[in-house]
Design a protein around this ligand. Structure first.
Ligand SMILES: [Zn+2]
Length: 206
């Protein structure tokens, strides 16, 4: 699901961002250590308290090496900052996606619920109509209909349409059609194949 995928990606991007923020804190601390060390050495050098030329040279060398180290660490710091910017942008894009997909899902759920309510209302209406009609039918016909219906996927009667039973789709043979044609209008006729009650109309092909 798109929402689930976007949510997972958003969480993963958040984890990457917080890892980078931790790296940044560590990198800041590294730079600060070197910076303090440079200040200390520089103060020592400026104080004039060191007279030994070898010691002075060593101190100068150390200061040069500390300066190089600081540049390296600052480069790392910059790189982490750039990566943080990228991660923040990804987190923000994914957060927008999650929000938009959530609201999409909400609106689809709402539509579905409206459709379900409408269908429920239709079912109630059809059921009431069915109850009204079945109350008017002779009880033996109703009993036959219910009996066939229970064994035939809930369809107890079918239209005879252009010589075809709409229940099982069988085309009735001519002699069968002939006997139906001759049967009185109030006689219950059934399909030879599926036994469903055949409802005769002007389109029955009789
Ligand atoms: Zn049939």
């Amino acid at each position: 699901m798109r929402l689930e995928r976007a949510t997972n990606q958003h969480i993963a991007a958040g984890v990457i961002l917080s890892d980078l923020q931790r790296d940044q804190a560590r990198s800041d601390a590294d730079v600060e250590v070197v910076r303090q060390r440079i200040i200390k050495d520089q103060e020592l050098l400026d104080s004039g308290s060191i007279n030994d030329p070898k010691q002075l040279t060593n101190l100068q060398h150390e200061l040069e090496s500390l300066a190089r180290r600081r540049t390296e660490l600052e480069d790392v710091e910059l790189e982490i900052m750039e990566r943080i910017e990228g991660a923040e942008a990804a987190v923000s894009v994914l957060a927008d996606q999650v929000t938009s997909l959530s609201s999409e899902l909400e609106s689809v759920t709402e539509s579905l619920s409206q459709l379900t309510s409408a269908l429920d209302a239709d079912i109630t209406e059809v059921q009431a109509e069915r109850d009204r009609i079945s109350a008017q039918l002779p009880s033996d016909l109703l009993a036959l209909y219910e009996k066939i219906r229970s064994g035939h996927d809930g369809v107890g009667a079918a239209k005879l349409h252009r010589a075809q039973c709409e229940g099982c789709r069988m085309t009735l043979p001519p002699q069968e059609l002939q006997s139906i044609r001759q049967a009185p209008a109030d006689l219950v006729v059934q399909c030879e194949e599926c036994r469903r009650i055949l409802v005769r109309t002007s389109d029955s092909g009789l």
